[in-house]
Design a protein around this ligand. Structure first.
Ligand code: SAM
Ligand code: SF4
Length: 318
């Protein structure tokens, strides 16, 4: 399926839930998360139905995200069904890793290929602080479980936060020396809770290359990936740098997003959404609706002009 700028849309990110077992300070408020009524959330069967239509239209890569996808009951069954869809070449998940130890084996058996795990610090106390109560040990065990079950290549997503983890950049980069994992540094975006944060918390990713001058650029294999990759000489893993604001890969964007309430988002950075849930429940032809919707995918975002979305990341899935 092509959009009106000739880009092939082959990647669907599905947010399974707005709920989460952590409360990362930049992502979710401590209290007062609006509870969405059960009827307003797509059932697992409905998610599967929508995914099936997307796959029939040419989507071959699906990522499950959230909120925290592993808190959604029935997740393994859904993975199993989506993995069996003819045409799905890559099925991945973005998770905070807390429940990964429990689920890694079942997810692998069900057909999940790989996981991206979010981890912003390697310090136990700081982890508990930034996630408001999470245990670092659970994530580290989750990473080990993912490794031993072969949910690979594993990517660690680290949001760079001024005054919090800039002093850990070298520690994260050093993990790639001996581990076959990619560490991806993401610039904090002023959306959701972070929209209220002070300027000094927003740090340019340039600091990584300044701090670790031994990093060498790696050839870009996938132009639709938002990460630019680097490597330490002889390291097993890579270091990815994601600059959502300054780096525009819109020209190569191949992705669309489905929220847990059944809204189709054609661009992460746009407030425009198309309600697929009601149309699905009314028995309308989703194929035609999706094909038309994709035609309205914007050519690019306008973050450089300060145009940020009103949703939070936990509502979209990143
Ligand atoms: N709960 C899962 C997790 O944490 O991996 C999946 C959903 S979470 C919203 C997806 C990613 O969005 C995480 O890596 C998180 O760090 C990132 N994120 C959340 N708020 C962000 C912000 N304001 N700027 C940049 N990244 C953000
Ligand atoms: Fe939950 Fe992920 Fe947001 Fe943290 S970043 S609060 S783990 S959804």
């Amino acid at each position: 399926m092509k959009d009106s700028f000739g880009r092939t849309i082959s990647y669907l990110r599905i947010s399974l839930t707005d709920l989460c077992n952590l409360r990362c300070k930049y992502c979710m408020p401590e209290k007062g998360v609006c509870k969405v009524e059960h009827k307003d959330v797509l059932s697992l069967e409905e998610i599967y139905e929508v995914a099936k239509v997307f796959v029939s239209l040419g989507v071959n890569k699906i990522r499950l995200t959230g909120g925290e996808p592993l808190t959604r009951k029935g997740i393994v069954g859904l993975v199993d069904k989506i993995a069996k869809l003819d045409g799905v070449k890559d099925l991945a998940m973005t998770t905070n890793g807390i429940l990964l130890k429990k689920y890694a084996r079942d997810l692998k058996l069900a057909g999940l290929r790989r996981v991206n795990i979010s981890l912003d610090t390697l310090d136990e106390k700081k982890y508990s602080q930034i996630t408001r109560g999470g245990r670092l040990k659970d994530v580290l065990e989750g990473i080990e479980a993912a490794k031993s079950e072969g949910l690979t290549p594993i990517k660690i997503n680290t949001v760079l936060i001024g005054g919090f983890n800039v002093n850990e950049i070298e520690d994260f980069v050093n993990l790639t020396k001996t581990e076959e994992i990619d560490i991806r540094f993401i610039e904090l975006m002023p959306i959701g809770e972070a929209s209220k944060w002070a300027e000094e918390n927003f740090v340019s990713n340039e600091v990584i290359l300044n701090k670790v001058s031994a990093l060498e650029k790696v050839e870009r294999l996938d132009p639709s990936s938002p990460a630019v990759y680097y490597k330490l000489p002889y390291a097993k893993g890579r270091v990815g740098i994601i600059n959502p604001i300054s780096c525009k890969f819109c020209e190569y964007c191949n992705r669309v997003r489905l929220t847990s309430q059944g809204k189709l988002k054609l661009c992460l950075h746009s407030n425009e959404e198309i309600d697929l849930k009601d149309k699905l429940r009314k028995g309308e032809n989703l194929e035609e609706i999706i094909l038309n919707a994709v035609k309205s995918k914007p050519e690019s975002h306008h973050l450089e002009d300060g145009q940020y979305i009103s949703d939070s990341m936990y509502q979209i899935g990143g």
